[in-house]
Design a binder for this molecule. Structure first.
Ligand code: FES
Length: 162
């Protein structure tokens, strides 16, 4: 990756939070997750130049940043929709009906896993366990959990966001 990150800066408060963390951690590399989170909170996703910024800020190779970003579904390598819909497809939710939830979301939005609607309102991501197994099927939209979902409740929820 040859993208320059030298002109990028986060908001002063975010830069201050990172400075504070990096004073308290034994290595700058140990702050990679919160640095990425600060970037994503400000930018909305993690474009290549911002991943390069994180690599420089944390003194790690860009390949390390890519490895972390591609591992955690909470980090976005592409711009998500304003309503980012995550549907758990792990075992508990699948046994409780997650496939029907996914079918409902795919049909209503006209997108498949990783897709975004043309108007940028919605994006869909199939994810592994969202840690709400006892209340499945679980759908997460942005930072809000929706539990015990049915296709009908999912359709109503999506309609309410349009
Ligand atoms: S299996 Fe869906 S939240 Fe755990």
């Amino acid at each position: 990756m040859t993208v320059s990150s030298s002109t990028l800066k986060l908001a002063p408060e975010a830069e201050a939070r990172i400075d504070d963390l990096q004073r308290r951690y034994p290595t700058k590399a140990a702050t990679l997750l919160p640095v990425l989170w600060e970037i994503q909170t400000q930018v909305g996703w993690l474009p290549q130049e911002w991943m390069a910024y994180a690599a420089a800020r944390c003194e790690v190779p860009v390949s390390k940043v890519l490895g972390v970003v591609s591992f955690y579904t909470m980090f976005h390598q592409e711009q998500p929709g304003r309503h980012h819909v995550q549907v758990c497809r792990n075992i508990s939710c699948t046994m409780l009906g997650a496939e029907a939830i996914l079918a409902c979301v795919r049909e209503k939005l006209g997108v498949t896993n990783g897709g975004r609607t043309a108007d940028g309102k919605f994006s869909l991501e199939e994810v592994e366990c969202l840690a709400g197994c006892s209340w499945g099927p679980v759908v997460q939209i942005n930072r809000t959990y929706h539990e015990n979902m049915t296709p009908e409740k999912t359709a109503q929820l999506l309609d309410s966001l349009e």
